[in-house]
Write a new protein. Structure first.
Length: 487
């Protein structure tokens, strides 16, 4: 790493064991190596991209002349800590304090202490299965935030899991967080135990129930094995409730012993696809009535009368603007206006002119119970998707709902899937599968590098699904759910 070197900073201060030293004072020399990335400053010639070594020198001088320590070990420790806390760009510091006038009664030229201190990247797991589980977790994270020597970074979503080890009773809330700290592993462990004690944690039984549990998973890339502490966490590769949230915030974090990423450990442990995405129209809901009536309403405004709803089924699935342009020869401006006319009827009336396909809620319930993450990916506007799911009381089954944006920024199935991948933190698209009823679903999934299971009860045909390259074709939602469980 790049470094800035400050040598022989001379100051007069009052540090020492003897009363004369603290009263009369003496000369000290300070050397520092400040480790930080300087490349940006080197290219921009902008001091704000680096650390002002003049400010560091004045800061150290003021600190050492306004504080008094008996030991130069303490003077070095506290000054290094103060520098790291005050200058956030400095990642590591080599600090030496020299005492050339040391009163030892023998001829010598110098006595010095040199230390190296810095910020460390740590990943913690947290869990609770007693009382107000979320409150215990939030309180523990807040205590970490309040520790001056810790900086909390990314915090995963909280997931609910069954107890591990066969002893505890009641489901756990689990998650992981990223932390930068100046503490050593042993010091950090002591702080975590203190936070657990504040949360009334009682250590009565291994794997037993607990109000709050905080575990160190990784500390930089260190490997530690002592009676009190094992890093990396010895059993993390067997704990999906750790790997799932950790993968959310650090999928490519490298295990220094197993030589695998967090994502690889999770995939090996699961051995299956675990994210199921659903299309809406033609897959979850039979929306033919509402969509075709709104299409008729919009077309009539342009002098087009189509009384046969069956002839308007091509409106179901693809983006509306594309359909108006492709089937009616409208230019883009006219098609946008036609979409606005369509929505004029759809939002107050047409949105609920639909029904839930048989077996959908049972399939959602079964997949959720078996630990699958479930998302909705629809070319319908996102607000409309949520209203429909709420209307049928199935919104709670979905971890994420993604639809098109009203400004057209997200419109096609591929664009919707890309946004879904982003929001659901899908780092490996082979872990996900889309269930849809048309070639647009299959082609969008292929473009996003994920499999698509086609279903025949919607508005596409078996032939078009086969031609588009569906991974499998199922005649019911139950059959599709069973197929996913075999993947």
């Amino acid at each position: 790493m790049d470094k800035i070197i400050i040598e022989n900073l001379e100051l007069f201060a009052n540090h020492g064991v003897f009363p004369e030293e603290t009263k009369l004072g003496q000369k000290f020399l300070i050397n520092m190596e400040l480790y930080l990335p300087t490349r940006k400053a080197g290219y921009s010639d902008d001091l704000t991209e680096s650390v002002n070594y003049g400010e560091v020198s004045h800061f150290v001088t003021e600190f050492l002349t306004t504080h008094t320590y008996k030991l130069i070990e303490a003077a070095a420790e506290q000054t290094a800590r103060a520098v790291l806390l005050h200058f956030p760009l400095i990642q590591k510091l080599k600090f030496s304090i020299h005492k050339p006038w040391a009163p030892v009664g023998l001829p010598l030229s110098d006595v010095a202490v040199e230390i190296e201190r810095g910020w460390h990247k740590v990943y913690l797991a947290f869990g609770s299965n007693m009382g107000d589980r979320r409150k215990y977790i939030e309180d523990a994270v807040e205590e970490l935030r309040n520790l001056e020597d810790c900086k909390v970074g990314k915090v995963s979503d909280i997931l609910e899991t069954e107890p591990y080890g066969g002893v505890a009773e009641g489901a756990f809330f689990n998650g992981c967080l990223e932390l930068r700290t100046l503490y050593t592993p042993e010091e950090l462990l002591e702080k975590l135990h203190a936070i657990e004690a504040h949360g009334n944690r009682e250590r009565k039984m291994r794997w037993g129930s607990r109000t709050i549990d905080l575990d160190i998973l990784f500390y930089d890339d260190e490997v530690i094995s002592t009676p009190e502490l094992t890093i990396p966490h010895i059993d993390m590769a067997n704990r999906l409730f750790v790997l799932e949230p950790l993968c959310e915030i650090a999928p490519y974090l490298w295990h220094p012993v197993l030589k695998k990423t967090v994502l690889q450990m999770k995939q090996e442990l699961k051995g299956r696809k675990d994210i199921v995405l659903f299309d809406l129209d033609g897959t979850i809901t039979n929306s033919k009535e509402g969509i075709t009536k709104c299409a008729q309403y919009a077309l009539k405004a342009y002098g087009i009368d189509e009384p046969d709803a069956d002839k308007l089924e091509f409106f179901i699935g693809p983006p509306l603007k594309n359909t108006f342009m492709e089937h009616y020869g409208m230019d883009e401006e006219t098609a946008v206006a036609a979409v606005a006319k369509y929505r004029e009827r759809y939002h107050p009336t047409g949105i609920f002119e639909c029904s839930l396909f048989d077996g959908v809620e049972d399939a959602l319930k079964s997949l959720k119970r078996k630990g699958y993450r479930i998302g909705l990916a629809s070319s319908k506007p996102e607000e409309s998707c949520r209203r429909i799911l709420e209307h049928f009381h199935i919104l709670s089954y979905f971890d994420e709902v993604v639809g098109a944006t009203m400004d057209g920024r997200i419109d096609s199935k591929y664009e919707v899937l890309q946004e879904t991948i982003k929001r659901m933190h899908i780092y490996d698209t082979t872990e996900a599968v889309l269930i849809g009823d048309t070639r647009f679903d299959v082609s969008g999934a292929k473009e996003a590098h994920m499999d698509c299971i086609g279903i025949t009860y919607g508005f596409g045909t078996k032939e078009e699904l086969q031609e588009a390259g569906a991974k499998a074709i199922c005649d019911s939602i139950e059959e599709a759910a069973e197929y996913i469980e075999r993947l």
